[in-house]
Write a protein that binds this ligand. Structure first.
Ligand SMILES: C[S@@+](CC[C@H](N)C(=O)[O-])C[C@H]1O[C@@H](n2cnc3c(N)ncnc32)[C@H](O)[C@@H]1O
Length: 265
């Protein structure tokens, strides 16, 4: 008789969260930081896809308002702060929010060095190096706790894959609170290759962002939404204005990552 196929062995990251109640996931992330396990997800540099988006669309992603003020950008779940520093180096006043105090301490150390001597990986175009830089600020806090002012023009959302699917509707509601009208939410959608029903983190997100933000769904029902149906979702708080496969991305998402830009209605 043929033997039954073996279930795949969960990764260390998945095992860490598998039996943990969803309300304890935040402390679960902090525990990983405190026990020096950030290598499980840390890619050591900012997202090339986000750098290209900002540099290739200087008008849409200008770091200043028409009256010359610096725009504020928020990176929730910023980890060691690579994207926060990259945004500051491109002229934004950038804020990183982290549930882990250890991560924030690491991010502050990283920013202190990087802001004074930026490495080339922060830029694609050399001329970006000459830009007027903004600031990088790191805050310890839980993304789901209210209280932050609604000032944010730009949010980089890469951390949906780190959140249990049950909290996705709260993620979308919080994003709607944080982004000011006509502000933008930029999502690097990863992992797209993973079955959304498999255990995470990372949890598969194919179709999930659009379902949550534009359709106003629960982030599960709409997972196979065709892209052509998703160009101007009018039911949620956001409207998707860009959706494309980035030319560059992290190794783990090359050829499958998608970039989406949503405007707050
Ligand atoms: C997969 S890691 C990504 C880190 C970083 N964005 C990067 O690309 O290196 C997810 C991060 O989100 C943080 N995090 C998880 N839940 C959070 C929450 N509720 N509020 C704020 N940060 C959270 C974790 O501590 C962790 O650093």
């Amino acid at each position: 008789m043929d033997s039954l196929p073996l279930a795949p062995t969960p990764t260390r990251l998945i095992s860490h969260f598998l039996k943990r109640p969803v309300q304890d996931h935040g402390p679960g992330w902090s525990a990983l930081w405190d026990s020096n396990n950030s290598d499980l997800w840390d890619r050591g540099k900012p997202s090339p896809a986000l750098i290209d988006l900002i540099e290739q669309q200087p008008l849409a992603f200008s770091p200043s308002t028409t009256d010359g003020r610096r725009k504020k950008a928020l990176v929730p779940g910023c980890g060691r702060g690579y994207d926060v520093v990259m945004l500051a180096l491109h002229g934004f006043d950038a804020y990183g929010l982290e549930i882990s105090a250890t991560a924030v301490a690491e991010a502050r150390k990283y920013a202190a060095v990087e802001m004074s001597r930026p490495q080339e990986y922060n830029f694609d175009q050399a001329q970006s190096l000459t830009r007027d830089v903004g600031s990088a600020t790191f805050i310890v806090g839980d993304f789901f706790e209210s209280g932050s002012p609604r000032f944010t023009w730009l949010i980089l959302a890469q951390f949906l894959c780190a959140l249990h699917p049950h909290v996705r509707p709260q993620w979308a509601a919080r994003m709607a609170q944080l982004v000011q009208p006509h502000g933008v939410l930029v999502c690097l959608e990863f992992p797209m290759y993973k079955d959304p029903l498999q255990d995470g983190p990372p949890w598969g997100v194919n179709g999930v962002h659009w379902d949550l933000l534009a359709r106003g769904g629960d982030g599960v029902a709409g997972i196979s939404q065709p892209p052509e149906a998703a160009t101007d979702g009018l039911c949620g708080a956001f409207q998707r204005v860009q959706y494309f496969m980035p030319g560059r991305s992290y190794e783990s998402g090359k050829g499958t990552d998608m970039m989406s830009v949503y405007e707050r209605k």
